[in-house]
Design a protein around this ligand. Structure first.
Ligand SMILES: Cc1cc2nc3c(=O)[nH]c(=O)nc-3n(C[C@H](O)[C@H](O)[C@H](O)COP(=O)(O)O)c2cc1C
Length: 250
């Protein structure tokens, strides 16, 4: 398995920004305004800096009828701009890499006061106007803008104990905090398809599909929570998506 490109990719300042943005981020579906010119410039700058090799993010004026309206989900409306998350499908684990990079972008947006919503299913493929190389695919999109309403006060999430294979209170603080950051992460249909196990300086992210946006998003949240601690990522195998190994004896 190739080396995990997350190692050393994000600066301490980026990781701290993401850690602080995690509690406030939520999926916004109704927008009253687009990002202003300063926000848009900062989003372009962020898009160019957060992408792991094999991923790129394009920011565009939101095409007409990009978002599909489906029963039981609030429609996405009012967005002036959108971002396309584009992956090189020849890369190793392209969707996971897009999940990592895309969530870094989403949290950069949150830090700028720009609201977003990951959308990997309910958009019209035919409305996407990205220029793609042969190996590239748009794996998700997000609207960009300012929310019409106040953010929700609570998010529907599993309990921490239900996503940890042993009681997380017994884990070192960094591992507990990383698990809590995963618990807060967004996921498709809010499935939260992950669990975490800890042994010997190592937190393992477990799940059925390593190459998924959800797993990449969870990894970015773990990376943000690891803070200053010296740490190393390794891809896993079978049901282990990745290992996060942290130097604990400081
Ligand atoms: C990878 C991914 C794909 C998603 N796809 C869609 C989608 O197609 N349509 C949609 O309305 N919401 C989509 N969502 C938003 C989720 O439903 C939302 O993140 C989840 O319900 C948790 O809510 P929160 O983001 O407000 O915390 C997606 C989220 C993720 C992370």
């Amino acid at each position: 398995m190739e080396e995990c490109p997350l190692n050393g990719f994000y600066s301490p300042a980026q990781r701290e920004r993401y850690r602080q943005a995690i509690p406030g981020r939520y999926s916004c579906r109704a927008y009253k305004a687009g990002p202003d010119a300063d926000q848009l410039a900062a989003l372009h700058y962020a898009a160019a800096r957060v992408c792991l090799p094999g991923v790129r993010i394009e920011i565009v004026p939101c095409p007409d009828r990009l978002f599909l309206h489906v029963p039981l989900v609030d429609p996405i409306r009012g967005a002036s701009h959108a971002a396309y998350f584009i992956a090189d499908m020849d890369a190793c684990l392209p969707r996971a890499l897009a999940g990592i990079s895309g969530e870094a972008f989403v949290l950069e947006a949150a830090a700028l006061g720009v609201d977003t919503c990951w959308v990997s299913a309910t958009y019209r493929r035919g409305a996407v106007d990205a220029d793609l190389a042969e190996n590239e695919r748009v794996v998700a999109v997000t609207p960009l803008g300012v929310a019409e309403k106040e953010p929700p006060t609570a998010r529907k999430r599993k309990k921490l104990a239900d996503i940890c294979t042993t009681p997380p209170e017994k884990w070192p603080l960094w591992a507990y905090q990383a698990a809590e950051a995963v618990r807060r992460a967004p996921s498709a249909v809010n499935m939260q398809p992950w669990s975490l196990s800890y042994t010997q300086h190592t937190l393992r992210l477990l799940g059925r599909r390593a190459d998924s946006l959800d797993m990449g998003i969870a990894m970015l949240h773990m990376e943000a929570a690891a803070g200053d601690a010296l740490h190393l990522w390794q891809w896993g195998e079978d049901k282990c998506v990745a290992h996060l190994i942290v130097e604990e004896n400081k």
